[in-house]
Ligand binder design. Structure first.
Ligand code: 5CU
Length: 369
Protein backbone atom coordinates (compact mmCIF):
# COMPACT_ATOMS: atom_id res chain seq x y z
CA UNK A 1 0.00 0.00 0.00
CA UNK A 2 1.34 3.43 -0.98
CA UNK A 3 2.67 5.51 1.94
CA UNK A 4 1.14 8.95 2.24
CA UNK A 5 3.87 10.55 4.30
CA UNK A 6 2.12 12.29 7.11
CA UNK A 7 4.43 14.63 8.93
CA UNK A 8 3.82 13.25 12.43
CA UNK A 9 6.46 15.42 14.05
CA UNK A 10 4.49 18.44 12.92
CA UNK A 11 1.21 16.76 13.81
CA UNK A 12 1.45 15.01 17.19
CA UNK A 13 -1.78 13.81 18.77
CA UNK A 14 -3.20 16.96 20.33
CA UNK A 15 -4.70 17.32 23.77
CA UNK A 16 -7.63 19.61 23.18
CA UNK A 17 -9.59 21.32 25.91
CA UNK A 18 -12.81 19.47 26.67
CA UNK A 19 -14.68 22.29 24.96
CA UNK A 20 -13.04 21.46 21.64
CA UNK A 21 -12.05 17.89 20.94
CA UNK A 22 -14.51 17.49 18.15
CA UNK A 23 -15.08 14.58 15.82
CA UNK A 24 -15.77 15.82 12.30
CA UNK A 25 -17.96 13.46 10.26
CA UNK A 26 -18.39 15.73 7.22
CA UNK A 27 -14.98 16.62 5.87
CA UNK A 28 -13.63 15.93 2.40
CA UNK A 29 -10.47 15.54 0.42
CA UNK A 30 -9.64 15.17 -3.24
CA UNK A 31 -7.19 12.34 -2.63
CA UNK A 32 -3.91 12.62 -4.61
CA UNK A 33 -4.93 9.75 -6.89
CA UNK A 34 -8.24 11.48 -7.64
CA UNK A 35 -6.43 14.77 -8.37
CA UNK A 36 -4.48 12.89 -11.05
CA UNK A 37 -7.79 11.82 -12.59
CA UNK A 38 -9.28 15.33 -12.49
CA UNK A 39 -6.13 16.90 -13.96
CA UNK A 40 -6.13 14.41 -16.85
CA UNK A 41 -9.65 15.34 -18.00
CA UNK A 42 -11.00 17.93 -20.45
CA UNK A 43 -14.71 17.41 -19.75
CA UNK A 44 -16.40 18.25 -16.44
CA UNK A 45 -15.35 17.20 -13.84
CA UNK A 46 -11.79 18.50 -14.21
CA UNK A 47 -9.04 20.60 -12.66
CA UNK A 48 -7.27 23.05 -14.94
CA UNK A 49 -4.60 25.69 -14.47
CA UNK A 50 -5.30 29.33 -15.25
CA UNK A 51 -2.56 31.91 -14.57
CA UNK A 52 -0.64 29.42 -12.41
CA UNK A 53 -3.70 28.73 -10.25
CA UNK A 54 -5.49 25.38 -10.22
CA UNK A 55 -9.26 25.70 -10.66
CA UNK A 56 -11.86 23.08 -9.83
CA UNK A 57 -14.67 22.64 -12.36
CA UNK A 58 -16.87 19.77 -11.24
CA UNK A 59 -20.51 20.79 -11.03
CA UNK A 60 -22.93 19.95 -13.86
CA UNK A 61 -23.07 22.84 -16.34
CA UNK A 62 -20.54 24.85 -14.32
CA UNK A 63 -18.32 25.30 -17.40
CA UNK A 64 -21.21 26.69 -19.52
CA UNK A 65 -22.62 29.31 -17.13
CA UNK A 66 -20.82 32.67 -17.31
CA UNK A 67 -20.75 33.27 -13.57
CA UNK A 68 -19.22 29.87 -12.74
CA UNK A 69 -17.19 28.87 -15.82
CA UNK A 70 -13.88 29.79 -14.23
CA UNK A 71 -14.53 27.24 -11.46
CA UNK A 72 -13.24 27.55 -7.92
CA UNK A 73 -9.63 27.83 -6.73
CA UNK A 74 -8.25 24.52 -5.48
CA UNK A 75 -5.11 24.61 -3.34
CA UNK A 76 -3.45 22.04 -1.12
CA UNK A 77 -6.16 22.37 1.52
CA UNK A 78 -8.13 20.11 -0.85
CA UNK A 79 -5.61 17.31 -1.37
CA UNK A 80 -2.76 17.48 1.13
CA UNK A 81 -3.19 15.43 4.29
CA UNK A 82 -0.80 17.57 6.34
CA UNK A 83 -2.94 20.61 5.50
CA UNK A 84 -6.00 18.71 6.73
CA UNK A 85 -4.23 17.89 10.01
CA UNK A 86 -3.05 21.48 10.44
CA UNK A 87 -6.61 22.70 9.85
CA UNK A 88 -7.87 20.17 12.43
CA UNK A 89 -5.35 21.36 15.02
CA UNK A 90 -6.25 24.98 14.42
CA UNK A 91 -9.96 24.27 14.92
CA UNK A 92 -9.89 21.86 17.86
CA UNK A 93 -10.82 18.83 15.79
CA UNK A 94 -9.47 15.64 17.29
CA UNK A 95 -10.66 13.11 14.71
CA UNK A 96 -11.90 13.53 11.13
CA UNK A 97 -13.75 10.94 9.10
CA UNK A 98 -12.53 11.79 5.60
CA UNK A 99 -14.68 11.25 2.52
CA UNK A 100 -13.73 11.82 -1.10
CA UNK A 101 -15.30 15.03 -2.39
CA UNK A 102 -17.89 15.09 -5.19
CA UNK A 103 -18.49 13.75 -7.79
CA UNK A 104 -16.70 10.60 -6.57
CA UNK A 105 -16.67 7.86 -9.23
CA UNK A 106 -20.07 8.72 -10.71
CA UNK A 107 -18.46 9.42 -14.11
CA UNK A 108 -16.29 6.32 -14.45
CA UNK A 109 -17.61 2.97 -15.67
CA UNK A 110 -16.53 -0.65 -16.01
CA UNK A 111 -13.19 -2.05 -14.85
CA UNK A 112 -11.67 1.41 -14.61
CA UNK A 113 -14.19 2.30 -11.88
CA UNK A 114 -13.32 -0.81 -9.90
CA UNK A 115 -9.57 -0.27 -10.21
CA UNK A 116 -9.70 3.39 -9.20
CA UNK A 117 -12.04 2.65 -6.28
CA UNK A 118 -9.51 0.15 -4.93
CA UNK A 119 -6.64 2.59 -5.33
CA UNK A 120 -8.54 5.43 -3.67
CA UNK A 121 -9.75 3.33 -0.77
CA UNK A 122 -6.27 1.92 -0.20
CA UNK A 123 -4.87 5.44 -0.33
CA UNK A 124 -7.44 6.59 2.25
CA UNK A 125 -6.80 3.61 4.49
CA UNK A 126 -3.01 4.21 4.28
CA UNK A 127 -3.49 7.85 5.23
CA UNK A 128 -5.64 6.88 8.23
CA UNK A 129 -3.12 4.25 9.35
CA UNK A 130 -0.34 6.81 9.41
CA UNK A 131 -2.37 9.45 11.20
CA UNK A 132 -1.86 8.39 14.80
CA UNK A 133 -5.59 7.95 15.35
CA UNK A 134 -6.58 11.32 13.88
CA UNK A 135 -8.22 10.08 10.66
CA UNK A 136 -10.95 7.62 9.72
CA UNK A 137 -12.57 7.21 6.34
CA UNK A 138 -15.76 6.83 4.35
CA UNK A 139 -14.81 4.77 1.28
CA UNK A 140 -15.82 5.42 -2.33
CA UNK A 141 -17.76 2.89 -4.39
CA UNK A 142 -17.52 2.28 -8.16
CA UNK A 143 -21.24 3.05 -8.43
CA UNK A 144 -21.44 2.61 -12.22
CA UNK A 145 -20.31 -1.01 -11.92
CA UNK A 146 -22.83 -2.92 -9.84
CA UNK A 147 -20.91 -6.16 -9.30
CA UNK A 148 -17.72 -4.27 -8.56
CA UNK A 149 -19.57 -2.37 -5.80
CA UNK A 150 -20.41 -5.64 -4.10
CA UNK A 151 -16.81 -6.88 -4.50
CA UNK A 152 -15.35 -3.62 -3.22
CA UNK A 153 -17.66 -3.67 -0.18
CA UNK A 154 -16.44 -7.16 0.62
CA UNK A 155 -12.82 -6.03 0.23
CA UNK A 156 -13.40 -3.00 2.48
CA UNK A 157 -13.88 -5.38 5.41
CA UNK A 158 -10.08 -5.70 5.46
CA UNK A 159 -9.54 -1.91 5.70
CA UNK A 160 -9.86 -1.26 9.40
CA UNK A 161 -10.14 2.52 9.37
CA UNK A 162 -13.08 2.60 6.97
CA UNK A 163 -16.35 3.34 8.76
CA UNK A 164 -18.76 3.49 5.86
CA UNK A 165 -19.17 4.76 2.29
CA UNK A 166 -20.03 8.08 0.73
CA UNK A 167 -22.76 7.93 -1.93
CA UNK A 168 -24.25 10.55 -4.20
CA UNK A 169 -28.02 10.78 -4.48
CA UNK A 170 -28.29 9.05 -7.91
CA UNK A 171 -26.50 5.87 -6.78
CA UNK A 172 -25.86 4.04 -10.05
CA UNK A 173 -27.81 6.71 -11.96
CA UNK A 174 -31.50 6.15 -11.18
CA UNK A 175 -31.64 7.11 -7.51
CA UNK A 176 -30.79 5.31 -4.29
CA UNK A 177 -34.36 4.03 -4.10
CA UNK A 178 -34.02 2.23 -7.47
CA UNK A 179 -34.31 -1.53 -7.37
CA UNK A 180 -30.83 -1.81 -8.91
CA UNK A 181 -29.38 -0.43 -5.66
CA UNK A 182 -31.23 -2.80 -3.39
CA UNK A 183 -28.61 -5.51 -2.91
CA UNK A 184 -25.86 -2.92 -2.53
CA UNK A 185 -27.82 -1.18 0.23
CA UNK A 186 -28.56 -4.55 1.81
CA UNK A 187 -24.86 -5.41 1.86
CA UNK A 188 -24.01 -2.06 3.42
CA UNK A 189 -26.70 -2.66 6.03
CA UNK A 190 -25.34 -6.13 6.66
CA UNK A 191 -21.83 -4.75 7.21
CA UNK A 192 -23.25 -2.22 9.69
CA UNK A 193 -21.60 0.55 7.66
CA UNK A 194 -22.83 4.12 7.54
CA UNK A 195 -23.86 5.61 4.18
CA UNK A 196 -22.87 9.25 4.04
CA UNK A 197 -25.47 10.63 1.63
CA UNK A 198 -24.22 13.71 -0.20
CA UNK A 199 -25.52 15.90 -3.06
CA UNK A 200 -23.70 16.94 -6.22
CA UNK A 201 -26.16 17.48 -9.10
CA UNK A 202 -28.57 20.08 -7.70
CA UNK A 203 -32.36 20.15 -8.09
CA UNK A 204 -34.07 23.15 -9.70
CA UNK A 205 -30.86 24.11 -11.52
CA UNK A 206 -32.80 25.80 -14.34
CA UNK A 207 -33.43 28.67 -11.88
CA UNK A 208 -29.83 29.35 -10.83
CA UNK A 209 -28.24 31.10 -13.84
CA UNK A 210 -26.41 34.39 -13.17
CA UNK A 211 -26.01 33.55 -9.48
CA UNK A 212 -22.50 32.07 -9.44
CA UNK A 213 -22.21 29.05 -7.19
CA UNK A 214 -24.40 30.58 -4.50
CA UNK A 215 -27.88 29.30 -5.36
CA UNK A 216 -26.64 26.01 -6.74
CA UNK A 217 -24.99 25.24 -3.41
CA UNK A 218 -27.51 26.97 -1.11
CA UNK A 219 -30.66 25.59 -2.75
CA UNK A 220 -29.78 23.01 -5.40
CA UNK A 221 -27.70 20.86 -3.05
CA UNK A 222 -30.17 20.61 -0.15
CA UNK A 223 -33.17 20.21 -2.49
CA UNK A 224 -31.38 17.30 -4.13
CA UNK A 225 -30.73 15.61 -0.77
CA UNK A 226 -34.31 16.28 0.28
CA UNK A 227 -35.73 14.63 -2.87
CA UNK A 228 -33.45 11.62 -2.44
CA UNK A 229 -34.31 11.07 1.24
CA UNK A 230 -38.02 11.64 0.59
CA UNK A 231 -38.01 9.12 -2.27
CA UNK A 232 -36.24 6.55 -0.14
CA UNK A 233 -38.98 6.97 2.45
CA UNK A 234 -42.06 7.27 0.25
CA UNK A 235 -41.20 4.51 -2.25
CA UNK A 236 -40.76 2.06 0.62
CA UNK A 237 -37.08 1.51 -0.26
CA UNK A 238 -36.14 1.88 3.41
CA UNK A 239 -38.52 -0.91 4.42
CA UNK A 240 -36.19 -3.34 2.60
CA UNK A 241 -33.24 -2.18 4.70
CA UNK A 242 -34.72 -1.28 8.10
CA UNK A 243 -31.34 -1.14 9.83
CA UNK A 244 -29.54 0.86 7.16
CA UNK A 245 -27.55 3.72 8.70
CA UNK A 246 -27.94 6.89 6.66
CA UNK A 247 -25.99 10.05 7.50
CA UNK A 248 -27.79 12.93 5.77
CA UNK A 249 -25.54 15.83 4.76
CA UNK A 250 -26.11 19.46 5.71
CA UNK A 251 -28.21 18.94 8.84
CA UNK A 252 -30.82 16.94 6.96
CA UNK A 253 -31.09 19.56 4.18
CA UNK A 254 -34.75 20.70 3.93
CA UNK A 255 -36.13 17.57 5.61
CA UNK A 256 -36.63 19.16 9.07
CA UNK A 257 -38.67 22.02 7.53
CA UNK A 258 -40.78 19.78 5.30
CA UNK A 259 -41.24 16.61 7.33
CA UNK A 260 -44.59 17.72 8.80
CA UNK A 261 -45.93 18.40 5.34
CA UNK A 262 -44.52 15.11 4.03
CA UNK A 263 -46.29 13.26 6.86
CA UNK A 264 -49.54 14.97 5.97
CA UNK A 265 -49.29 14.47 2.20
CA UNK A 266 -48.46 10.78 2.63
CA UNK A 267 -51.28 10.29 5.14
CA UNK A 268 -53.72 11.77 2.62
CA UNK A 269 -52.57 9.47 -0.18
CA UNK A 270 -53.95 6.13 0.86
CA UNK A 271 -52.22 4.08 -1.84
CA UNK A 272 -48.83 5.40 -0.73
CA UNK A 273 -49.49 5.38 3.03
CA UNK A 274 -50.80 1.82 3.04
CA UNK A 275 -47.55 0.63 1.43
CA UNK A 276 -45.36 2.06 4.17
CA UNK A 277 -44.61 0.57 7.56
CA UNK A 278 -44.15 3.96 9.27
CA UNK A 279 -44.89 7.63 8.82
CA UNK A 280 -42.13 9.69 7.13
CA UNK A 281 -41.17 11.38 10.41
CA UNK A 282 -40.53 7.99 11.99
CA UNK A 283 -38.13 7.06 9.17
CA UNK A 284 -36.40 10.40 9.66
CA UNK A 285 -35.87 9.67 13.35
CA UNK A 286 -33.79 6.62 12.40
CA UNK A 287 -31.33 8.63 10.30
CA UNK A 288 -28.12 10.44 11.30
CA UNK A 289 -27.21 14.04 10.59
CA UNK A 290 -24.25 16.40 10.59
CA UNK A 291 -24.67 19.71 12.38
CA UNK A 292 -23.86 21.90 9.38
CA UNK A 293 -26.97 24.08 9.56
CA UNK A 294 -25.26 27.50 9.81
CA UNK A 295 -28.29 28.55 11.88
CA UNK A 296 -28.99 27.87 15.54
CA UNK A 297 -32.72 27.99 14.90
CA UNK A 298 -32.48 25.32 12.21
CA UNK A 299 -30.23 23.10 14.31
CA UNK A 300 -32.70 23.32 17.20
CA UNK A 301 -35.49 22.43 14.74
CA UNK A 302 -33.56 19.33 13.69
CA UNK A 303 -33.12 18.36 17.35
CA UNK A 304 -36.86 18.85 17.91
CA UNK A 305 -37.60 16.42 15.08
CA UNK A 306 -35.01 13.67 15.62
CA UNK A 307 -33.63 14.15 19.13
CA UNK A 308 -30.02 14.93 20.04
CA UNK A 309 -28.43 11.47 19.84
CA UNK A 310 -28.03 11.32 16.06
CA UNK A 311 -26.48 14.67 15.26
CA UNK A 312 -22.70 14.97 14.87
CA UNK A 313 -20.26 17.80 14.31
CA UNK A 314 -19.23 18.42 10.70
CA UNK A 315 -17.38 21.18 8.85
CA UNK A 316 -17.58 20.57 5.09
CA UNK A 317 -13.87 21.45 4.98
CA UNK A 318 -12.20 22.24 2.57
CA UNK A 319 -15.26 23.75 0.92
CA UNK A 320 -16.19 27.27 2.01
CA UNK A 321 -12.58 28.38 2.67
CA UNK A 322 -11.77 31.83 4.07
CA UNK A 323 -12.13 34.34 1.18
CA UNK A 324 -8.47 35.32 1.45
CA UNK A 325 -7.07 31.79 1.41
CA UNK A 326 -5.28 31.94 -1.90
CA UNK A 327 -4.55 28.64 -3.56
CA UNK A 328 -1.48 26.94 -2.17
CA UNK A 329 -0.97 29.26 0.79
CA UNK A 330 -0.20 27.63 4.15
CA UNK A 331 -3.58 26.73 5.64
CA UNK A 332 -2.13 25.98 9.06
CA UNK A 333 -2.46 29.57 10.20
CA UNK A 334 -5.91 30.35 8.76
CA UNK A 335 -9.10 30.46 10.79
CA UNK A 336 -12.07 29.22 8.76
CA UNK A 337 -15.15 31.38 9.47
CA UNK A 338 -17.40 28.64 8.03
CA UNK A 339 -16.09 26.21 10.66
CA UNK A 340 -16.40 28.79 13.43
CA UNK A 341 -20.00 29.34 12.33
CA UNK A 342 -20.76 25.66 12.86
CA UNK A 343 -19.25 25.86 16.35
CA UNK A 344 -21.33 28.96 17.13
CA UNK A 345 -24.59 27.36 16.04
CA UNK A 346 -23.85 24.31 18.18
CA UNK A 347 -22.85 26.41 21.20
CA UNK A 348 -26.07 28.39 20.69
CA UNK A 349 -27.93 25.36 22.03
CA UNK A 350 -26.80 26.48 25.47
CA UNK A 351 -26.85 23.05 27.10
CA UNK A 352 -23.34 21.79 27.72
CA UNK A 353 -24.22 18.10 27.84
CA UNK A 354 -26.00 18.35 24.53
CA UNK A 355 -23.20 20.41 22.98
CA UNK A 356 -20.61 17.78 23.98
CA UNK A 357 -22.81 15.05 22.50
CA UNK A 358 -22.90 16.81 19.16
CA UNK A 359 -19.24 17.79 19.15
CA UNK A 360 -17.90 14.37 20.11
CA UNK A 361 -19.87 11.89 22.20
CA UNK A 362 -22.49 10.92 19.62
CA UNK A 363 -19.84 10.12 17.00
CA UNK A 364 -17.86 8.07 19.53
CA UNK A 365 -20.92 6.00 20.23
CA UNK A 366 -22.25 5.75 16.67
CA UNK A 367 -18.89 4.78 15.16
CA UNK A 368 -17.85 2.72 18.16
CA UNK A 369 -14.60 4.66 18.64
O1 5CU B 1 -21.39 22.19 0.66
C1 5CU B 1 -20.78 21.18 0.32
O2 5CU B 1 -20.87 20.11 0.91
C2 5CU B 1 -20.00 21.24 -0.95
C3 5CU B 1 -19.38 20.05 -1.44
O3 5CU B 1 -19.32 19.02 -0.79
N1 5CU B 1 -18.88 20.10 -2.67
C4 5CU B 1 -18.89 21.20 -3.41
O4 5CU B 1 -18.46 21.16 -4.57
N2 5CU B 1 -19.37 22.34 -2.89
C5 5CU B 1 -19.95 22.38 -1.68
Amino acid sequence: MKKILINNTKNPRRLFSSKRASIDVHTHMYLPKYMEVLKSRVDVPYVRTINDENRLVILPGEDKETTTAIGRPIGKEYYDVNSKLAYMDKHGIDISCISLANPWLDFIEGDAAENIAQELNDELQGMCEESNGRLLGFATLPVKNHDACLRELERLKTLKHIKGVILGTPGAGHGLDHIGMRDILAKIEDMNYMIFLHPHYGVGVEHYHDTGHALFLALGFPFETTVCVSRMIVTGALDHVPNLKLLVAHAGAAMPSLIGRLDSCVAHDYAIASNLQHSPSDYLKRMYFDAIAYSGTNLKGLIDHVGSDRIMFGTDNPFFPPPDLAGDEDVSSAIWPSTEKVYHTINDIDDNVLVQKILRENAKQIFDL
